[in-house]
Design a binder for this molecule. Sequence first.
Ligand SMILES: Cc1cc2nc3c(=O)[nH]c(=O)nc-3n(C[C@H](O)[C@H](O)[C@H](O)COP(=O)(O)O)c2cc1C
Length: 181
Amino acid sequence: MEVMKAIKTRRSIRRYKTTAVDDKTVDLVLEAARWAPSWTNTQCWRFIVVRDSSIKAELAETLVENPAADAVRNAPVVIVACAELGKSGYYKGEVATDKGDWFMFDVALAMQNLVLAAHSLGLGTVHVGRFDAKRVAGILAVPQGFHVVEMTPLGFPDEEPKDRPRKELFEIVFYDKYGCQ
Ligand SMILES: Cc1cc2nc3c(=O)[nH]c(=O)nc-3n(C[C@H](O)[C@H](O)[C@H](O)COP(=O)(O)O)c2cc1C
């Protein structure tokens, strides 16, 4: 699928068919994540592929009042993205900018690659950020020094959501100086 078309036609999917997703397909979307750019190529991301129903149910419990909770419980696969801290945004062991640890940025780049690749293969995803990350780290035995950033269900869509509106370019783009159109 052409990149621009994939970007524009991807939607957050919160209802999934029970149809299985094979390991080869999961590897394909992880491969897209693996090729994302990262701070000095530090690749701080780590991915946990969850297929076990009881673990998915435990993960879903960490999403409170979140419309994606059932998707995490019911999708055939959930991919949880973690980051090693102290890598992205660092130079010679010191924070290198005034923005601290850039792990959220690098993981977001990888996960957006992943969701676009999934969409190009006919699979649905939704970036899920609102959950109890400490509880998830406990459930998945994520070691000290790593942070759970986000998760996405992965499976064949069982809905066709309408596109959500986006701001127009004139609302978000300035020329030469902030505010100048
Ligand atoms: C960083 C991030 C966190 C998000 N967290 C959640 C979430 O916890 N639950 C949820 O249902 N959707 C979540 N979303 C999905 C957004 O609500 C969705 O992308 C947005 O409404 C635009 O819709 P679209 O993805 O269909 O274009 C998240 C998206 C991003 C980028």
